[in-house]
Design a protein around this ligand. Structure first.
Ligand code: HPA
Ligand code: ZN
Length: 326
């Protein structure tokens, strides 16, 4: 069974991380004070108590409220910098974080404020810590296709800073194909594509993300276990899945970690990776996700090394001519 020292030393990439979901309660209080905002929580302990979720939506309701403390470019810088420091402590050598511009532009915050704060921190982290990154802009799927098109248009000024687009927020009722035309336009602009699919939604959404949105990775994708032909297709095409074990148990996709299918999928030959999703809300960073697999699923060193290998080779950096991975 893989132990902590082995897991920490293993070079890893994180491919499923929402920057807004890395906002630790301590920083949230600091930003609330700095921006003179009243939080609905008395203290850090009350926050952690409130993070008791029963499904994706119950999490999202709190998550979007917490993001309200993010106002200035410096706030987005501090958020991103804190996450990159967390990466450094865990042996994460490369990361491809998501951000949700609509969560902020809908509150009157300029797209440039969000993007500049994030990208400045990513550049500083690369220079000072040697951690590389590729940024992914997500569309909120509970909002309209038109709103997604407006967001993509805002991003056109910054295509050198954004590698891919993704799709997140409430999956049930908002199928991937709602955004087929937006994703087509994004690919025309030279952007890569990923999408959350098969977290709470059906295996069909994974098919639709692959065939309709032409994604290069599926985020979550664990509901593929309902469709044997789909599993075979994922194996044959080596489509990466960015799996988030602690997120899945905290949002009750699985009642207990011992039921999680990630290692079964790995052993069958599916290209699964381990990620934290929203570490500040789900009680664990990437390392804690690996540790949970060791503790509850008896993950071996060999399995851990494969998972970490998948994370590096499934990254967008792996395709780059000048990448350190070549
Ligand atoms: N699913 C959908 N939307 C999200 C998630 C997630 O796990 N985390 C942050 N936004
Ligand atoms: Zn996610």
């Amino acid at each position: 069974i893989a132990d902590e020292a082995f897991l920490r030393a293993l070079p890893k990439a994180e491919l499923h991380l929402h920057l807004e979901g890395s906002l630790e309660p301590e920083l949230m209080f600091e930003l609330a004070q700095r921006n003179d905002i009243e939080l609905p929580f008395a203290n850090v302990d009350a926050v952690r108590e409130a993070y008791d979720f029963h499904n994706l939506q119950s999490f999202l309701d709190i998550y979007y409220r917490c993001a309200d403390v993010l106002r200035t470019e410096q706030d987005f810088y501090d958020l991103t910098w804190a996450y990159m420091q967390q990466c450094q402590r865990q042996g994460v050598v490369h990361t491809e974080p998501f951000f949700d511009p609509q969560t902020h532009t809908d509150r009157g915050i300029a797209f440039a404020t969000v993007l500049n704060g994030i990208t400045r921190a990513l550049a500083d982290a690369e220079q000072q810590m040697g951690i590389s990154s590729e940024l992914i802009m997500c569309f909120l799927r509970h909002l309209s296709e038109e709103a997604a098109f407006e967001t993509l248009e805002a991003a056109e000024l910054y295509l050198d800073k954004i590698t891919a687009v993704g799709l997140d927020s409430s999956e049930l009722g908002h199928p991937p194909l709602k955004f087929e035309r937006v994703f087509t336009r994004a690919r025309e602009l030279g952007l890569k594509t990923v999408a959350h699919a098969g977290e709470e939604g059906p295996a069909q959404f994974i098919h639709d993300a692959i065939d309709g949105l032409k994604v290069e990775r599926v985020d979550h994708g664990v509901r593929c276990t309902d469709d044997d032909d789909l599993i075979q297709q994922l194996i044959d095409t080596q489509m990466p899945l960015t799996v988030c074990p602690l997120s899945n148990t905290r949002l009750k996709v699985y009642q207990h970690m011992s039921e999680h299918p990630i290692l079964t999928l790995l052993e069958r030959g599916v290209r699964v990776t381990v990620n934290s999703d929203d570490p500040a809300f789900f009680g664990g960073d990437v390392m804690q996700n690996y540790l949970a697999l060791a503790e509850h699923l008896n993950m071996t060193r060999r399995q851990a090394a494969w998972l970490a290998h998948h994370s590096l080779t499934s990254s967008f950096a792996a395709e780059k001519q000048d990448s350190w991975l070549q």
